[in-house]
Write a protein that binds this ligand. Structure first.
Ligand SMILES: [Mn+2]
Length: 121
């Protein structure tokens, strides 16, 4: 079940979780990469354990500032290692870059915060 929340509610939701996985859409471009890395940095600065997942290779020009990122994650790892998934810049479920081991139905079964600027989302 999904619902829209205010910025304050979204912030509160972030603060209540500690182990957070951040991901975006497939074939990441500048706003996908920038928003994921920015969120990862923000969460780590709050003392959270935060990781970025990019199952498809990053464009060469972005690799130098991305730092270490996850390139694959099993379902078991996702369940055991994270209590919240933050999805950014992803217009629809078909484009979520979660890798072959995970899918949109799995993500919906987890605590999920979806933040996006696409009108159709
Ligand atoms: Mn994008």
């Amino acid at each position: 079940m999904s619902k829209s929340v205010s910025l304050e509610e979204a912030a509160g939701f972030l603060l209540r979780h500690q182990r957070i996985l951040v991901l975006a859409h497939q074939k990441p471009d500048g706003d996908a990469l920038g928003s994921v890395l920015g969120m990862r940095s923000f969460l780590r600065n709050l003392g959270k354990q935060a990781d970025a997942l990019f199952p498809s290779p990053l464009p060469e020009r972005y690799r130098s500032f991305a730092g270490p990122v996850l390139t694959a994650l099993s379902r078991q790892e996702a369940e055991q290692n994270y209590d919240l998934i933050v999805l950014l810049d992803c217009a629809n479920a078909e484009r979520i870059a979660c890798g072959p081991a995970l899918d949109a139905d799995f993500l919906r079964s987890r605590n999920l915060l979806n933040i996006d600027h696409h009108v159709g989302n």
